[in-house]
Design a protein around this ligand. Structure first.
Ligand code: FA5
Length: 313
């Protein structure tokens, strides 16, 4: 006996098994050599020895095949064991992006005013001094021009300091009655602090209709704040103020603790000079306008005391 079946069953790796197969059954293997040796024997012996070798060969081939199956099964089991997953474990949480509060706020405001019949208009971030200042009753010598710390691109272009520039642009394209809002980025060379950012977002509103007055403006803004904040604890105050493009003018403050007021925006009745710049007769038409800081509205809504948390600085 060259090797017993029992010895084959003790082999544990495919490599070992293959080298044994070569050793026994390969081109120069023991069984092959035995077969070659038959030629030297007599016919009777050849027949008998040939049969013995074939029986042995068959047994070895089947034993090797059987053991190959056993080893392959073991390897498969090992692999399955290594890849075993516990399907009862809770799934991994994926961090999904969320809408930025500013995007949410702009959408909310747009939908709110659209339901009240307001159109949404846009204007360029890079403006001329005419639309940003002159047409809004702020001539070059006017001190209010200095109060807006303006980023100039060159003598003829600047980064708009407020969305009020859209008022004039829009009125060049349409005639009263007008109800419009405009929202977007505005720029001022303000220091970055708890309530100021050099780039922020404004919501501009303009209504021009005969017979419009401050009461309509106040009512509209109060209902906007009531719906936007949904918080009866908030105090809202209108404080007399000055803007060259509105007369009378007011600033709107909101407080949630009765001590610290935060300015939300400015508003007022459109100045007759501005109506004339829009080719509207101030004796037959009146208008009101407002400009609100979007970041400030969101600071109050989300009780954030620092604007930098909102804009990610
Ligand atoms: C204006 O910009 C006027 N155009 C508003 C207006 C429009 C008045 C129409 C009358 C009629 P003011 O400079 O106050 O006004 O800015 C309006 C609001 O923008 C402020 O009340 C504040 O909420 C916000 N704001 C102003 N500067 C900053 C800043 N640097 N960072 C964040 N928010 C600001």
């Amino acid at each position: 006996m060259i090797i017993s079946e029992c010895e084959i069953e003790n082999i544990t790796t495919l490599e070992e098994l293959e080298s044994l197969r070569q050793h026994l059954l390969g081109k120069d293997g023991l069984i092959t050599k035995e077969m070659k040796g038959l030629s030297t024997l007599s016919i009777d012996k050849k027949k008998q020895k040939g049969q013995e070798i074939n029986v042995l060969k068959d047994r070895l081939v089947s034993a090797i095949k059987r053991q190959k199956g056993v080893i392959e099964d073991q390897l498969l089991q090992k692999e399955l064991e290594a890849q075993r997953i516990d399907v009862t474990l809770p799934g991994r949480k994926r961090h999904q992006g969320r809408q930025h509060p500013l995007t949410w706020g702009m959408e909310w405001v747009k939908n709110y005013f659209s339901l009240k019949g307001f159109d949404t208009q846009t204007g360029p971030d890079i403006e001329t001094p005419f639309y940003n200042f002159d047409a809004l009753n702020i001539p070059s010598h006017h001190p209010a021009r200095q109060s807006h710390d303006t980023f100039y691109v060159n003598n003829d272009l600047l980064l708009r300091t407020h969305t009020s520039s859209v008022q004039i642009r829009a009125m060049e394209m349409q005639k009263p009655p007008v109800r419009l809002i405009s929202m977007g980025r505005v720029y001022r060379s303000d220091a970055l602090d708890m309530t100021h950012s050099p780039m922020f977002h404004q919501i501009e509103g303009l209504v021009i209709e005969p017979g419009i007055h401050m009461g309509h403006l106040k009512g509209l803004l109060l209902s906007l704040f009531k719906d936007f904040f949904d918080n009866p604890q908030l105090s809202i105050r209108f404080r007399p103020s000055f803007f060259p493009f509105t007369e009378p003018s007011a600033e709107i403050d909101i407080s949630f603790d009765e001590k610290n007021w935060l300015e939300m925006g400015g508003c007022g009745m459109v100045h007759p000079n501005v109506l004339e710049n829009m080719n509207i007769d101030p004796t037959s038409h009146q208008g009101f306008a407002f400009g609100l800081g979007m970041e400030r509205l969101l600071m109050v809504k989300h009780k954030m005391t620092d604007i930098r948390r909102l804009i990610g600085c």
